[in-house]
Design a protein around this ligand. Structure first.
Ligand code: VER
Length: 236
């Protein structure tokens, strides 16, 4: 910050990430699953499976973040009270599946590939966890708030917020201000240009993992639809 004004430089990690994921962000927004969701065309069964995928993803991400919370290339981005989603997702899953939700949920193949990458990085290349934290948490603090309203309306979830804790960041009172803080913390990491480029590349990978999960949900959605159609007599 200079004279109270944040000066942006093209070599700032936050700028490189925003510019370097613009294209893949558009691609993600244009997947069928996301387009259907935004139109309020979301069935509760699929929404629940989406939450299950998120639960496994954030469990892995936050486990690796905890492991690396003192690592100099991650520590400035350690905001467990503000950001961490695992507990919120567990509450949502308990609401959707009941107290024995853990025995009713499994990690899907696409989610497993995403989770394995996160664990690998947490143990072998923790600086690249920055890319995964950025892709999820910054996205949740942005478009996530639109999705919350859409979901609540489409599935007629209670206005008390049950089933929607994932979208509710109790520790963040001003999302815009928090995102600015997070960006400045990313920019203060001591990384050379080569490493920053690797972070951007990994963020693109993170978006792709998310799109793979969307694709999988879309496929499950088709079989759900087919089940409904099979059960519907064509004549009579
Ligand atoms: Fe995005 N997003 N997004 N988003 N997003 C914004 C910023 C942002 C939006 C809206 C917005 C994803 O999908 C959506 C991400 C990550 C992701 C706005 C700002 C909508 C409407 C959708 C559709 C569902 C997805 C799927 C992801 C990643 C998984 C990030 C990382 C950011 C921060 C960009 C930055 O650097 O400021 C209005």
């Amino acid at each position: 910050e200079e004279g109270g004004v944040t000066v942006l430089r093209p070599t700032d990690l936050s700028e490189m990430l925003a510019a370097g994921t613009k294209e893949v962000h558009e691609k993600a927004e244009n997947t069928q699953f996301v387009k259907d969701f935004l139109r309020g065309r979301i069935r509760k069964e699929l929404f629940k499976l989406g939450h299950v995928a998120l639960y496994f993803t954030y469990s892995a991400l936050e486990e690796e973040i905890e492991r690396n919370k003192d690592h100099p290339q991650f520590a400035p981005l350690y905001f467990p009270n503000e950001l961490h989603r695992r507990a919120a997702l567990a509450r949502d899953l308990e609401y959707f599946y009941g107290h024995d939700w853990q025995s009713q949920t499994v990690c899907s193949p696409a989610t497993r590939r995403y989770v394995e990458r996160i664990h690998q990085l947490g143990q072998e290349e923790p600086v690249l966890l920055v890319a995964h934290a950025y892709t999820r948490y910054m996205g949740d603090l942005s478009g996530g708030q639109v999705l919350r309203k859409v979901a609540q309306r489409a599935m007629k979830l209670p206005s008390t917020g049950e089933g929607l804790h994932f979208y509710q960041f109790d520790g963040v009172h001003n999302a815009k201000a928090f995102k600015q803080l997070y960006r400045s913390r990313m920019n203060e990491l001591e990384l050379d240009v080569k490493t920053k480029e690797k972070v951007v590349e990994e963020a693109n990978r993170a978006f792709h993992f998310n799109m793979e999960v969307f694709g999988e949900l879309e496929e499950v959605g088709k079989t759900l639809q087919e089940d409904v159609m099979d059960a519907t007599p064509l004549h009579g």
